[in-house]
Design a protein around this ligand. Structure first.
Ligand code: UDP
Ligand code: MG
Length: 316
């Protein structure tokens, strides 16, 4: 099969008939063999009934229904497990992304050999309350992840080689960072394509302003887990040792200084009269705690089932 289109949806009943018909038209025009995978993320607006109707008419539709709302990442993850196509395309269900982009995305994956091609909504039809923070979000993500050629990490419209979606796991709210996750998994050919973006036709957005806070925290976890997930002691140990040493040297210095003053019979201050002494104490305590955290993290990661899972590309 050429293409799997994975579509997470949450209360998008009005959009679905139009969306699936449009995808079918594009696929038939280009003679692609395809499947449409709809993941109903616990909709309560009758989306599932619509999907059952659509499935009856088009057997190329596969649909999965969650019993409750788990979030876009969970829906994508299940879609990725189900997908069979050589190229996997993800898109939003709200008709903001255009299925007309699919043939070009497919061509770039199959002919230009990209692992992942991400859409770029260069001309966005969203309110400024969304587009302005998004700019900031994208530039932070760019510099932290080292993927400098992407402008729009969170675009719903993306294309992947099958290998990529079968090797990554998306959970929590990490759908915003799939290119970063793919990069950590060793897929480095990541490209971008300018795509059309429409205003939302039906329904309303499913993400509030909280998205930016959660998004940033997720970025920190992805970055941390990707870099130190298999060796937490390197992070906590380094910080712990530095902090402990700083505290220890300062404390030792204060004490030595005092002893010298005593032996010279000059005036001196008690260690407890000096702010620096308390700073040193805190640094020693924090250093020890970081060190212990490192040990515990190390014990946990050693027991984790993931401890020896690596991305193996080829064996001959
Ligand atoms: N979505 C989902 N589960 C959720 C929230 C959203 O499957 O809990 C889907 C939603 O139905 C849509 C896509 O994710 O197909 C993007 O959501 P939305 O259009 O609300 O996001 P925005 O365009 O505002 O970033
Ligand atoms: Mg949308």
């Amino acid at each position: 099969m050429d293409i799997s289109v994975v579509i997470p949806l949450y209360n998008e009943a009005e959009s679905l008939p139009e969306l699936t018909a449009w995808i079918k038209r594009v696929m038939d025009d280009n003679r692609f063999s395809y499947e449409i995978i709809l993941i109903d993320d616990g909709s309560t607006d009758g989306s599932w009934m619509i999907i059952e109707g659509l499935k009856a008419k088009n057997p190329k539709i596969t649909a999965v229904k969650f019993r409750r709302n788990y979030g876009k990442s969970a829906a994508l993850n299940v879609g990725f497990t189900v997908a069979q196509g050589d190229v996997v395309i993800t898109m939003d269900a709200d008709l903001q992304d255009s299925p007309d982009e699919i043939p070009e995305l497919y061509r770039r994956i199959t002919q230009e050999d990209f692992d992942l091609v991400s859409g770029w909504k260069q001309k966005r039809h969203d309110p400024p309350s969304k587009t302005v923070p998004t700019k900031l979000f994208n530039s932070v993500t760019r510099s932290m992840s080292g993927i400098h050629n992407l402008h729009d990490f969170n675009c719903g419209l993306k294309a992947y080689k099958k290998d990529v979606v079968k090797s990554i796991e998306v959970y929590g709210e990490m759908h915003r960072y799939i290119p970063v996750i793919a990069k950590w998994a060793g897929f480095s050919r990541i490209g971008e394509q300018v795509v059309l973006h429409y205003p939302r036709k039906y329904g309303k957005t499913k993400f509030g302003p909280g998205r930016f806070v959660k998004g940033f925290l997720d970025l920190l976890s992805i970055f941390f887990v990707g870099k130190f997930g298999k060796r937490p002691m390197h992070f906590f140990g380094t910080m712990g040792v530095l902090s402990f040493l700083a505290g220890f040297i300062i404390a030792a210095w204060l004490i030595v200084e005092k002893l010298i003053s005593i032996s010279n019979h000059t005036s001196y201050r008690n260690a407890t009269d000096q702010p620096l002494f308390f700073f040193a104490l805190i640094a020693i305590i924090i250093g020890t705690q970081l060190f212990l955290t490192g040990f515990i993290a190390e014990l946990i990661s050693r027991n984790g089932s993931e401890r020896n899972s690596y991305q193996i590309e080829k064996v001959i």
